[in-house]
Design a protein around this ligand. Sequence first.
Ligand code: NAG
Ligand code: NAG
Ligand code: NAG
Length: 417
Amino acid sequence: MHSSTILIVLAAGMMIGCPHVSATEPANKTEEFVATEEWQVVAEGQSIPKGLHVRINLQTGVKEAKLLDESERGTALQSKSSDEEKPLSLEHKVDIVEESVRKVKEHRSYAELRKAYKDFQKNFRTDGELILQLVEQYRNLSKTSVQSELKIKLNVLENLEYLLHQIDNALVFIDHGSLDDILLPIVVNETNADLRISAMRVLGALTGNNPKVQIKVFERNFGSHFAQILMTSSNSAEISSALHAFGALLRKFPLAQQRILSTSGTQALIGVLRSSDVELRNKAKVVTLISDLMVEKQSVLDASADAPDTATTVAQYVLLDFETWLQSHGYCTALEAVLSQDYVHLLDQPEAVEQFTIALESTESVCLWSKSASLRHALLTIRNRFSHSQDEYRLEVSQALAKVCESFYEKQIHVEL
Ligand SMILES: *[C@@H]1O[C@H](CO)[C@@H](O)[C@H](O)[C@H]1NC(C)=O
Ligand SMILES: *[C@@H]1O[C@H](CO)[C@@H](O)[C@H](O)[C@H]1NC(C)=O
Ligand SMILES: *[C@@H]1O[C@H](CO)[C@@H](O)[C@H](O)[C@H]1NC(C)=O
Protein backbone atom coordinates (compact mmCIF):
# COMPACT_ATOMS: atom_id res chain seq x y z
CA MET A 1 0.00 0.00 0.00
CA HIS A 2 2.89 2.27 0.62
CA SER A 3 3.64 3.62 -2.80
CA SER A 4 0.07 4.20 -3.86
CA THR A 5 -0.83 5.99 -0.67
CA ILE A 6 1.68 8.59 -1.56
CA LEU A 7 -0.15 9.38 -4.71
CA ILE A 8 -3.49 9.52 -3.03
CA VAL A 9 -2.69 11.86 -0.24
CA LEU A 10 -0.77 13.99 -2.52
CA ALA A 11 -3.45 16.15 -3.93
CA ALA A 12 -4.08 17.34 -0.42
CA GLY A 13 -0.41 17.93 0.23
CA MET A 14 -0.16 20.25 -2.71
CA MET A 15 -3.04 22.36 -1.45
CA ILE A 16 -1.58 23.17 1.87
CA GLY A 17 1.60 24.17 0.25
CA CYS A 18 3.86 21.88 2.16
CA PRO A 19 7.57 22.50 1.64
CA HIS A 20 9.48 20.61 -0.96
CA VAL A 21 11.22 17.58 0.37
CA SER A 22 13.14 15.83 -2.32
CA ALA A 23 15.00 12.60 -2.01
CA THR A 24 17.35 13.39 -4.85
CA GLU A 25 19.41 16.54 -5.13
CA PRO A 26 17.49 19.08 -7.19
CA ALA A 27 19.29 20.76 -10.07
CA ASN A 28 20.63 24.27 -9.64
CA LYS A 29 17.59 26.42 -10.17
CA THR A 30 19.35 29.22 -11.94
CA GLU A 31 20.22 26.84 -14.72
CA GLU A 32 17.96 25.66 -17.50
CA PHE A 33 16.56 22.19 -16.92
CA VAL A 34 18.33 19.65 -19.11
CA ALA A 35 16.06 16.70 -19.76
CA THR A 36 17.26 13.15 -20.27
CA GLU A 37 15.43 9.87 -20.67
CA GLU A 38 15.40 9.40 -16.90
CA TRP A 39 13.12 11.20 -14.49
CA GLN A 40 14.96 14.11 -12.90
CA VAL A 41 13.88 16.50 -10.20
CA VAL A 42 13.03 19.99 -11.41
CA ALA A 43 14.27 22.57 -8.92
CA GLU A 44 11.88 25.05 -7.40
CA GLY A 45 11.58 28.01 -9.74
CA GLN A 46 13.46 26.30 -12.56
CA SER A 47 11.81 26.59 -15.96
CA ILE A 48 11.07 23.49 -18.01
CA PRO A 49 11.30 23.47 -21.80
CA LYS A 50 8.21 22.45 -23.71
CA GLY A 51 7.61 18.96 -24.98
CA LEU A 52 8.61 17.00 -21.89
CA HIS A 53 6.90 14.44 -19.74
CA VAL A 54 6.24 16.08 -16.40
CA ARG A 55 4.89 14.68 -13.16
CA ILE A 56 4.39 16.11 -9.72
CA ASN A 57 4.45 14.21 -6.51
CA LEU A 58 1.55 15.98 -4.95
CA GLN A 59 2.58 15.09 -1.42
CA THR A 60 6.07 16.43 -1.46
CA GLY A 61 5.54 18.92 -4.26
CA VAL A 62 8.54 17.42 -6.03
CA LYS A 63 8.29 17.93 -9.77
CA GLU A 64 10.10 15.66 -12.19
CA ALA A 65 10.53 15.72 -15.93
CA LYS A 66 12.09 13.63 -18.67
CA LEU A 67 12.19 13.44 -22.45
CA LEU A 68 9.28 11.80 -24.18
CA ASP A 69 9.82 8.35 -25.60
CA GLU A 70 10.20 8.30 -29.36
CA SER A 71 6.66 6.97 -29.86
CA GLU A 72 5.10 9.70 -27.74
CA ARG A 73 6.63 12.73 -29.36
CA GLY A 74 3.84 13.35 -31.82
CA THR A 75 1.05 13.34 -29.26
CA ALA A 76 2.61 14.91 -26.21
CA LEU A 77 0.63 17.59 -24.63
CA GLN A 78 3.19 20.23 -24.42
CA SER A 79 4.32 19.51 -27.92
CA LYS A 80 5.68 22.40 -29.93
CA SER A 81 2.59 22.86 -32.04
CA SER A 82 0.10 24.67 -29.88
CA ASP A 83 -2.82 23.57 -32.06
CA GLU A 84 -2.27 19.98 -31.15
CA GLU A 85 -1.93 20.43 -27.45
CA LYS A 86 -3.65 17.90 -25.29
CA PRO A 87 -4.11 18.29 -21.56
CA LEU A 88 -0.79 18.21 -19.77
CA SER A 89 -2.40 16.73 -16.74
CA LEU A 90 -3.57 13.69 -18.61
CA GLU A 91 0.01 12.87 -19.44
CA HIS A 92 1.31 13.14 -15.95
CA LYS A 93 -1.71 11.47 -14.41
CA VAL A 94 -1.12 8.52 -16.66
CA ASP A 95 2.45 8.54 -15.49
CA ILE A 96 1.43 8.60 -11.89
CA VAL A 97 -1.04 5.79 -12.32
CA GLU A 98 1.41 3.70 -14.29
CA GLU A 99 4.14 4.37 -11.84
CA SER A 100 2.01 3.44 -8.87
CA VAL A 101 0.68 0.34 -10.59
CA ARG A 102 4.19 -0.70 -11.49
CA LYS A 103 5.45 -0.23 -7.97
CA VAL A 104 2.50 -1.99 -6.47
CA LYS A 105 2.84 -4.88 -8.90
CA GLU A 106 6.39 -5.40 -7.86
CA HIS A 107 5.57 -6.03 -4.24
CA ARG A 108 1.84 -6.47 -3.73
CA SER A 109 -0.93 -8.87 -4.42
CA TYR A 110 -3.59 -8.32 -7.00
CA ALA A 111 -6.16 -7.47 -4.29
CA GLU A 112 -3.93 -4.78 -2.93
CA LEU A 113 -3.34 -3.48 -6.41
CA ARG A 114 -7.07 -3.23 -7.01
CA LYS A 115 -7.63 -1.44 -3.75
CA ALA A 116 -4.83 0.97 -4.44
CA TYR A 117 -6.25 1.79 -7.82
CA LYS A 118 -9.76 2.29 -6.40
CA ASP A 119 -8.40 4.59 -3.73
CA PHE A 120 -6.54 6.48 -6.35
CA GLN A 121 -9.66 6.95 -8.45
CA LYS A 122 -11.67 8.05 -5.45
CA ASN A 123 -9.19 10.79 -4.75
CA PHE A 124 -8.66 11.63 -8.34
CA ARG A 125 -8.95 15.33 -9.03
CA THR A 126 -9.26 17.09 -12.34
CA ASP A 127 -7.01 20.01 -13.11
CA GLY A 128 -10.02 22.29 -12.85
CA GLU A 129 -10.67 21.17 -9.27
CA LEU A 130 -7.02 21.56 -8.40
CA ILE A 131 -6.98 25.10 -9.78
CA LEU A 132 -10.08 26.08 -7.85
CA GLN A 133 -8.58 24.67 -4.66
CA LEU A 134 -5.39 26.62 -5.19
CA VAL A 135 -7.37 29.78 -5.90
CA GLU A 136 -9.45 29.27 -2.75
CA GLN A 137 -6.36 28.60 -0.72
CA TYR A 138 -4.81 31.82 -1.95
CA ARG A 139 -7.96 33.84 -1.27
CA ASN A 140 -8.01 32.51 2.29
CA LEU A 141 -4.64 34.09 2.96
CA SER A 142 -4.29 37.69 4.05
CA LYS A 143 -4.33 40.42 1.44
CA THR A 144 -1.30 42.12 2.86
CA SER A 145 2.23 40.79 2.93
CA VAL A 146 2.57 38.54 5.95
CA GLN A 147 5.99 36.99 6.19
CA SER A 148 4.70 33.69 7.58
CA GLU A 149 2.42 33.22 4.57
CA LEU A 150 4.99 34.09 1.94
CA LYS A 151 6.15 30.54 1.32
CA ILE A 152 2.60 29.26 0.96
CA LYS A 153 1.72 32.01 -1.49
CA LEU A 154 4.82 31.33 -3.58
CA ASN A 155 4.02 27.65 -3.57
CA VAL A 156 0.44 28.24 -4.75
CA LEU A 157 1.70 30.50 -7.53
CA GLU A 158 4.27 27.97 -8.61
CA ASN A 159 1.65 25.25 -8.85
CA LEU A 160 -0.61 27.59 -10.81
CA GLU A 161 2.20 28.47 -13.21
CA TYR A 162 2.64 24.80 -13.86
CA LEU A 163 -1.06 24.10 -14.43
CA LEU A 164 -1.94 27.21 -16.42
CA HIS A 165 0.25 26.58 -19.47
CA GLN A 166 -2.66 24.47 -20.57
CA ILE A 167 -5.21 26.53 -22.50
CA ASP A 168 -8.33 25.03 -20.88
CA ASN A 169 -6.86 25.34 -17.41
CA ALA A 170 -6.06 28.98 -18.07
CA LEU A 171 -9.70 29.60 -18.98
CA VAL A 172 -10.93 27.98 -15.75
CA PHE A 173 -8.65 30.31 -13.81
CA ILE A 174 -9.82 33.39 -15.73
CA ASP A 175 -13.51 32.47 -15.47
CA HIS A 176 -13.24 32.50 -11.70
CA GLY A 177 -12.12 36.08 -11.60
CA SER A 178 -8.66 35.16 -10.41
CA LEU A 179 -6.97 37.66 -12.67
CA ASP A 180 -8.58 40.47 -10.64
CA ASP A 181 -8.50 38.79 -7.24
CA ILE A 182 -5.04 37.31 -7.23
CA LEU A 183 -2.74 38.48 -9.98
CA LEU A 184 -3.63 42.13 -10.47
CA PRO A 185 -3.21 43.13 -6.80
CA ILE A 186 0.18 41.43 -6.71
CA VAL A 187 1.48 43.05 -9.88
CA VAL A 188 0.12 46.49 -8.94
CA ASN A 189 0.57 46.75 -5.17
CA GLU A 190 2.70 43.93 -3.81
CA THR A 191 5.92 45.05 -2.13
CA ASN A 192 7.58 41.63 -2.07
CA ALA A 193 9.59 41.18 -5.28
CA ASP A 194 9.47 37.36 -5.15
CA LEU A 195 5.68 37.43 -5.21
CA ARG A 196 5.66 39.88 -8.10
CA ILE A 197 8.09 37.67 -10.01
CA SER A 198 5.98 34.56 -9.39
CA ALA A 199 2.78 36.35 -10.39
CA MET A 200 4.36 37.50 -13.64
CA ARG A 201 5.54 33.98 -14.36
CA VAL A 202 1.96 32.81 -13.88
CA LEU A 203 0.83 35.56 -16.26
CA GLY A 204 3.41 34.49 -18.84
CA ALA A 205 2.24 30.89 -18.63
CA LEU A 206 -1.41 31.88 -18.71
CA THR A 207 -1.19 34.30 -21.62
CA GLY A 208 1.25 32.60 -23.99
CA ASN A 209 -0.48 31.41 -27.16
CA ASN A 210 -3.90 31.88 -25.62
CA PRO A 211 -5.83 34.64 -27.45
CA LYS A 212 -8.82 34.63 -25.07
CA VAL A 213 -6.58 35.19 -22.10
CA GLN A 214 -4.50 37.78 -23.97
CA ILE A 215 -7.64 39.86 -24.40
CA LYS A 216 -8.53 39.65 -20.68
CA VAL A 217 -5.00 40.49 -19.62
CA PHE A 218 -4.96 43.41 -22.04
CA GLU A 219 -8.32 44.71 -20.76
CA ARG A 220 -7.02 44.71 -17.19
CA ASN A 221 -4.24 47.03 -18.35
CA PHE A 222 -1.48 44.61 -17.34
CA GLY A 223 0.57 45.90 -20.29
CA SER A 224 1.18 49.26 -18.67
CA HIS A 225 1.88 47.62 -15.31
CA PHE A 226 4.57 45.46 -16.95
CA ALA A 227 5.97 48.57 -18.63
CA GLN A 228 6.03 50.33 -15.26
CA ILE A 229 7.92 47.45 -13.68
CA LEU A 230 10.40 47.39 -16.58
CA MET A 231 11.03 51.10 -16.09
CA THR A 232 11.57 50.95 -12.35
CA SER A 233 12.99 47.55 -11.42
CA SER A 234 16.66 46.75 -11.12
CA ASN A 235 16.02 43.15 -10.08
CA SER A 236 17.21 40.90 -12.86
CA ALA A 237 14.74 38.06 -12.19
CA GLU A 238 11.91 40.55 -12.08
CA ILE A 239 12.91 42.18 -15.37
CA SER A 240 13.18 38.76 -16.94
CA SER A 241 9.72 37.65 -15.78
CA ALA A 242 8.19 41.00 -16.77
CA LEU A 243 9.69 40.67 -20.27
CA HIS A 244 8.33 37.16 -20.54
CA ALA A 245 4.82 38.21 -19.51
CA PHE A 246 5.00 41.33 -21.69
CA GLY A 247 5.99 39.28 -24.73
CA ALA A 248 3.25 36.70 -24.07
CA LEU A 249 0.69 39.52 -24.01
CA LEU A 250 1.96 41.26 -27.17
CA ARG A 251 2.81 38.44 -29.55
CA LYS A 252 0.20 37.90 -32.27
CA PHE A 253 -2.02 40.57 -30.75
CA PRO A 254 -1.72 43.64 -33.00
CA LEU A 255 -4.27 45.69 -31.06
CA ALA A 256 -2.28 45.32 -27.83
CA GLN A 257 0.96 46.06 -29.72
CA GLN A 258 -0.56 49.25 -31.10
CA ARG A 259 -1.98 50.50 -27.81
CA ILE A 260 0.91 49.56 -25.57
CA LEU A 261 3.94 50.10 -27.78
CA SER A 262 2.76 53.45 -29.15
CA THR A 263 2.70 54.71 -25.55
CA SER A 264 4.82 53.63 -22.60
CA GLY A 265 5.73 50.17 -23.89
CA THR A 266 8.46 51.09 -26.34
CA GLN A 267 9.95 53.55 -23.88
CA ALA A 268 10.05 50.84 -21.21
CA LEU A 269 11.78 48.34 -23.49
CA ILE A 270 14.39 50.83 -24.62
CA GLY A 271 14.85 51.95 -21.02
CA VAL A 272 15.96 48.40 -20.22
CA LEU A 273 18.48 48.56 -23.09
CA ARG A 274 19.82 51.85 -21.74
CA SER A 275 20.04 50.91 -18.10
CA SER A 276 23.54 50.28 -16.84
CA ASP A 277 22.15 47.97 -14.11
CA VAL A 278 20.58 45.47 -16.48
CA GLU A 279 22.56 42.45 -17.55
CA LEU A 280 23.14 41.61 -21.21
CA ARG A 281 20.92 38.54 -21.04
CA ASN A 282 17.86 40.72 -20.36
CA LYS A 283 18.91 43.28 -22.96
CA ALA A 284 19.11 40.46 -25.49
CA LYS A 285 15.55 39.47 -24.52
CA VAL A 286 14.38 43.01 -25.20
CA VAL A 287 15.85 43.15 -28.69
CA THR A 288 14.51 39.68 -29.44
CA LEU A 289 11.00 40.78 -28.54
CA ILE A 290 11.28 43.93 -30.68
CA SER A 291 12.74 41.93 -33.54
CA ASP A 292 10.07 39.21 -33.32
CA LEU A 293 7.28 41.76 -33.41
CA MET A 294 8.73 43.43 -36.50
CA VAL A 295 9.14 40.06 -38.22
CA GLU A 296 5.59 39.13 -37.21
CA LYS A 297 4.21 42.29 -38.82
CA GLN A 298 6.22 41.76 -41.99
CA SER A 299 5.14 38.16 -42.37
CA VAL A 300 1.46 39.07 -41.97
CA LEU A 301 1.83 41.77 -44.61
CA ASP A 302 3.71 39.42 -46.94
CA ALA A 303 1.12 36.68 -46.52
CA SER A 304 -1.77 39.06 -47.14
CA ALA A 305 -0.90 39.32 -50.81
CA ASP A 306 -2.11 35.74 -51.23
CA ALA A 307 -5.08 35.95 -48.87
CA PRO A 308 -7.19 39.03 -49.55
CA ASP A 309 -9.86 37.99 -47.00
CA THR A 310 -7.60 38.79 -44.06
CA ALA A 311 -8.12 42.51 -44.59
CA THR A 312 -9.11 43.28 -40.98
CA THR A 313 -6.04 41.67 -39.49
CA VAL A 314 -3.79 43.30 -42.04
CA ALA A 315 -5.32 46.68 -41.31
CA GLN A 316 -4.41 46.24 -37.65
CA TYR A 317 -0.82 45.42 -38.51
CA VAL A 318 -0.55 48.33 -40.93
CA LEU A 319 -1.19 50.65 -37.97
CA LEU A 320 1.90 49.38 -36.18
CA ASP A 321 4.43 52.10 -36.77
CA PHE A 322 7.39 50.38 -35.12
CA GLU A 323 9.91 52.42 -37.11
CA THR A 324 8.66 55.72 -35.71
CA TRP A 325 8.16 54.42 -32.17
CA LEU A 326 11.64 52.90 -32.05
CA GLN A 327 13.34 55.90 -33.57
CA SER A 328 11.61 58.42 -31.37
CA HIS A 329 12.70 56.56 -28.24
CA GLY A 330 16.29 56.19 -29.39
CA TYR A 331 16.38 52.45 -30.11
CA CYS A 332 19.22 52.71 -32.61
CA THR A 333 21.61 54.64 -30.40
CA ALA A 334 20.69 52.51 -27.37
CA LEU A 335 21.44 49.20 -29.10
CA GLU A 336 24.55 50.60 -30.74
CA ALA A 337 25.80 51.68 -27.31
CA VAL A 338 25.14 48.25 -25.77
CA LEU A 339 27.13 46.49 -28.48
CA SER A 340 29.93 49.03 -28.72
CA GLN A 341 30.47 49.35 -24.99
CA ASP A 342 29.85 45.80 -23.88
CA TYR A 343 31.30 43.71 -26.66
CA VAL A 344 34.07 42.40 -24.42
CA HIS A 345 31.43 40.76 -22.21
CA LEU A 346 29.60 39.50 -25.24
CA LEU A 347 32.63 37.43 -26.16
CA ASP A 348 31.58 35.11 -23.32
CA GLN A 349 27.89 35.09 -24.26
CA PRO A 350 27.39 33.63 -27.72
CA GLU A 351 23.63 33.18 -27.09
CA ALA A 352 23.22 36.90 -26.54
CA VAL A 353 25.39 37.66 -29.59
CA GLU A 354 23.12 35.48 -31.68
CA GLN A 355 20.04 37.33 -30.42
CA PHE A 356 21.61 40.73 -31.06
CA THR A 357 22.70 39.65 -34.54
CA ILE A 358 19.17 38.61 -35.49
CA ALA A 359 17.81 41.89 -34.13
CA LEU A 360 20.35 43.99 -36.03
CA GLU A 361 19.26 42.28 -39.20
CA SER A 362 15.52 42.58 -38.63
CA THR A 363 15.67 46.22 -37.58
CA GLU A 364 18.00 47.30 -40.36
CA SER A 365 15.15 49.26 -41.94
CA VAL A 366 14.93 51.41 -38.79
CA CYS A 367 18.58 52.21 -38.14
CA LEU A 368 21.61 53.14 -40.19
CA TRP A 369 23.84 50.56 -38.57
CA SER A 370 26.54 50.81 -41.23
CA LYS A 371 27.30 54.43 -40.31
CA SER A 372 28.63 53.70 -36.83
CA ALA A 373 32.36 53.06 -36.65
CA SER A 374 32.24 51.81 -33.07
CA LEU A 375 29.49 49.31 -33.86
CA ARG A 376 31.49 48.12 -36.83
CA HIS A 377 34.54 47.63 -34.67
CA ALA A 378 32.55 45.67 -32.07
CA LEU A 379 30.84 43.40 -34.59
CA LEU A 380 34.01 42.62 -36.50
CA THR A 381 35.91 41.92 -33.29
CA ILE A 382 33.29 39.45 -32.07
CA ARG A 383 33.06 37.86 -35.48
CA ASN A 384 36.82 37.41 -35.70
CA ARG A 385 37.12 36.05 -32.20
CA PHE A 386 34.29 33.56 -32.66
CA SER A 387 35.56 32.46 -36.07
CA HIS A 388 38.74 31.22 -34.38
CA SER A 389 36.90 29.38 -31.66
CA GLN A 390 36.91 25.59 -31.18
CA ASP A 391 33.30 25.79 -30.09
CA GLU A 392 30.80 24.87 -32.80
CA TYR A 393 28.11 27.17 -31.52
CA ARG A 394 30.46 30.17 -31.58
CA LEU A 395 31.48 29.25 -35.12
CA GLU A 396 27.86 29.17 -36.16
CA VAL A 397 27.20 32.56 -34.57
CA SER A 398 30.29 33.99 -36.25
CA GLN A 399 28.91 32.93 -39.62
CA ALA A 400 25.58 34.62 -38.96
CA LEU A 401 27.44 37.70 -37.81
CA ALA A 402 29.68 37.63 -40.89
CA LYS A 403 26.59 37.60 -43.09
CA VAL A 404 25.16 40.63 -41.30
CA CYS A 405 28.50 42.46 -41.44
CA GLU A 406 28.72 41.78 -45.13
CA SER A 407 25.31 43.25 -45.75
CA PHE A 408 26.15 46.34 -43.67
CA TYR A 409 29.67 46.96 -44.84
CA GLU A 410 29.79 45.19 -48.20
CA LYS A 411 33.24 45.38 -49.73
CA GLN A 412 34.88 47.06 -46.79
CA ILE A 413 34.83 43.77 -44.97
CA HIS A 414 37.57 42.34 -47.18
CA VAL A 415 39.90 45.05 -46.03
CA GLU A 416 39.35 43.96 -42.43
CA LEU A 417 40.09 40.36 -43.24
C1 NAG B 1 23.97 27.74 -9.05
O1 NAG B 1 24.60 28.25 -10.20
C2 NAG B 1 25.06 29.59 -10.06
C3 NAG B 1 25.59 30.05 -11.41
O2 NAG B 1 26.12 29.00 -12.16
C4 NAG B 1 26.12 29.63 -8.95
O3 NAG B 1 26.57 30.96 -8.78
C5 NAG B 1 25.51 29.13 -7.67
O4 NAG B 1 26.49 29.08 -6.65
C6 NAG B 1 24.91 27.74 -7.86
N1 NAG B 1 24.20 27.35 -6.66
C7 NAG B 1 24.23 26.11 -6.18
C8 NAG B 1 23.39 25.84 -4.97
O5 NAG B 1 24.88 25.20 -6.71
C1 NAG C 1 -10.71 28.48 3.16
O1 NAG C 1 -11.36 28.95 4.34
C2 NAG C 1 -12.63 28.31 4.56
C3 NAG C 1 -13.28 29.00 5.76
O2 NAG C 1 -12.36 29.19 6.79
C4 NAG C 1 -12.40 26.82 4.79
O3 NAG C 1 -13.62 26.16 4.99
C5 NAG C 1 -11.75 26.23 3.56
O4 NAG C 1 -11.45 24.85 3.76
C6 NAG C 1 -10.46 26.99 3.22
N1 NAG C 1 -9.98 26.48 1.94
C7 NAG C 1 -8.71 26.16 1.69
C8 NAG C 1 -8.41 25.59 0.36
O5 NAG C 1 -7.82 26.35 2.50
C1 NAG D 1 -3.74 48.99 -4.81
O1 NAG D 1 -3.77 49.72 -3.60
C2 NAG D 1 -4.59 50.85 -3.62
C3 NAG D 1 -4.40 51.60 -2.32
O2 NAG D 1 -4.53 50.74 -1.23
C4 NAG D 1 -6.04 50.43 -3.84
O3 NAG D 1 -6.91 51.54 -3.88
C5 NAG D 1 -6.13 49.70 -5.17
O4 NAG D 1 -7.44 49.19 -5.36
C6 NAG D 1 -5.14 48.52 -5.19
N1 NAG D 1 -5.14 47.96 -6.53
C7 NAG D 1 -5.35 46.68 -6.76
C8 NAG D 1 -5.37 46.23 -8.17
O5 NAG D 1 -5.50 45.88 -5.87
